[in-house]
Every structure is written in C-alpha cells, then in structure tokens.
Write a protein that binds this ligand. Structure first.
Ligand code: AVJ
Length: 307
C-alpha cells in the first residue's frame, strides 16, 4: 500500500489501485453494490453459473477449486455444489486481499461443506498467484465477477502468464467477464441512485487515512463514473471539489489537488469475445467454452492450456 500510494499520488494524473478499497467496510459496501438494481454483473453471472455448473463439473472433474479474488465466495458455491455432487471436489483454496472477507466466507464454507478442506490465503493476486502446492489435481482456477476488468492489457498479460505457468495439462481456467454494452447501462451500474458506489469509491480515502495516517476529507471529493470509449472501460474517479493539500504522515508526503482535479481509483474493462479469446490464446490458453446470458451482458468462459 505504501508503494502504491507514494507512486500513485506523485503521478500525473493521480491514480490509486482498486485493490485498496477492500477493508471490512469496503468489502461490505461491495456486497451492497452487488444487490443494487443497477449493478447487473453479479446477478447475471450468477444466473449463467447456475445453468452451467454441472457442465463445468463434468468437463473438469476438479479436485481443487483455486479462486483468486474470492471475496464472499457466494457465486462459487454453485461450482462447489456441482463438483460435490460429482464426487470429485476435495479442496477449496480462496485467495483475497481482504482478511475480513476471507474470514467471513471461510467460516460459512467450513460450516456448510464439512468434508471440504478450505485453504485460504490473504494475498494480492497480482503479486502472488501460486496454487497451494499440496492442492490435489485436477485443479480449476476460477476468476469470477469480472475482476479481470480491474487490470489493463499489460497487467492482464502478466496475470495470464503467471497463471499459465502454474497450470498442469489437466487443469482449467474459468473466467467471468463483463461485456461491452450500452453506455447508459454501464454508467448507471457504476453511479447508482442510492450512492452506495460513491461511498465505496470514497472508502479508499478512509483506508489511507487509517493505514497511512493521511488527512483526506472524503466529503471534499465527489464520485465520478465515466465510460472511456477508446479503451472500452468504465472508470471511477474522485474529483477534488476545490484546491486542497492532503498530508500522508506515514509517507512524509504532502499532495496538492487542484480544484476539479480527477484522481482515478478504478478501471473496469469491458470485453468482446474476439479480443478476450485472442489475449488468452496469446498466453497459451485455449477457450473451450463460451457461455453468456440471453442479452449477452456477461460471459463465462472455460479455457485450458494449449498443446
Ligand atoms: C469487483 C472489480 C468486478 O469493476 O464492477 C463495482 C468493482 N466498482 N462497482 C467492478 C466495482 C464499482 C467491480 N469488480
């Protein structure tokens, strides 16, 4: 966090990586977002997964599900159930930056799946993506919720490369990705009428205040959600309502904001079938199955190592 905040607040334009949203409050706010009428991705992905989980269980016969960015693990239960019904599942290994999300999800999973080994890791998946070495094969790596959209093309390539290096010939990769769609639908999903997403966005300032002794006044920033047509991604920013100086004590840093200056806090890339298939293929991952909802809002794909 120290490294990200020093680099991000010294850059032009300023930028903070989205992974630092997720303290206990941030994880909670995200769960609230997933229940908003305007935020379709969670609901749509869940409907797709409910439909295809038995097929995935049959195709993979996975003994381990390894899940970077697991959050609440709610949708993953559909896969755990299908693999349990098939009789192959032995281990679930969630990995998340949020200890509170892992603790909550882990306690519930241990209760609901008494025969399952739950091996949780607190980590940043961009830094460390190793599947626990004693996790039984075959392994299914799941990356759901379009978390992949938080990464730019360079970061995605690094992610796929790390993942590919760890995949055996019988392992598989299940990816959930939000698709390019009508601009207004997208903007509404990231700027809801109840202001939950605005609170979520500003939460990163509370986190930096607490962890690094900063004096951000969250009310002095406004939530901005915009569609970047060129990059085909949603962006969240915090706009400084007036000129101000913020101090970050633990970093010995003083940061000036101009009136109306934008600080980018998240990218959420939206995908097309051709582009996503090609970038995976470039990293040695062959897309075997591609599933969507009726309206083609969201896609879930299953990929396997090529050759
Ligand atoms: C958890 C990264 C998939 O980008 O849609 C929700 C986070 N940001 N509303 C997304 C988020 C604003 C979410 N991901």
């Amino acid at each position: 966090m120290r490294r990200d905040v020093v680099a991000g607040l010294s850059a032009t334009p300023k930028i903070l990586p989205p992974k630092w949203f997720y303290d206990a409050r941030g994880s909670d706010l995200f769960e609230q977002i997933t229940e908003l009428a305007e935020y379709y991705p969670t609901r749509v992905e869940e409907r797709i997964l409910a439909r295809i989980a038995p097929e995935i269980a049959g195709a993979t016969g996975a003994a381990t599900v390894f899940e970077p960015g697991s959050g609440s693990s709610r949708k993953t239960r559909l896969l755990l159930d299908a693999l349990t019904a098939r009789g192959t599942l032995r281990c679930y290994a969630p990995l998340d930056v949020s200890p509170s999300a892992l603790e909550q999800a882990g306690a519930a999973l241990i209760r609901d799946y008494p025969a399952l080994t739950v091996a949780a890791t607190v980590a940043d998946f961009e830094a460390d993506l190793t599947v626990p070495h004693d996790a039984p094969s075959p392994r299914l790596i799941t990356f759901l919720g379009s978390t992949i959209g938080n990464l730019d093309p360079t970061e995605r390539r690094e992610f796929y490369d790390m993942l590919r290096a760890d995949l055996g010939p019988a392992d598989a990769f299940l990816l959930g990705a939000d698709l390019v769609k009508d601009r207004d639908v997208l903007v509404r999903a990231y700027d809801d009428s109840q202001g939950v997403t605005a609170e979520f966005n500003k939460n990163v300032l509370h986190v930096i205040n607490r962890e690094l002794g900063a004096d951000f006044d969250p009310d002095s920033f406004a939530h901005v959600a915009l569609w970047n047509e060129e990059e085909e991604r949603m962006e969240m920013h915090l706009r400084s309502r007036y000129a101000q100086t913020v101090k970050v004590r633990a970093l010995d840093l003083s940061v000036d904001f101009a009136a109306d200056e934008l600080m980018r806090t998240e990218i959420s890339c939206k995908f097309r079938r051709d582009g996503l298939t090609a970038e995976l293929s470039d990293c040695g991952l062959d897309v075997r199955n591609w599933w969507t909802d009726e309206a083609e809002q969201f896609a879930v794909l299953l990929a396997v190592p090529s050759r």
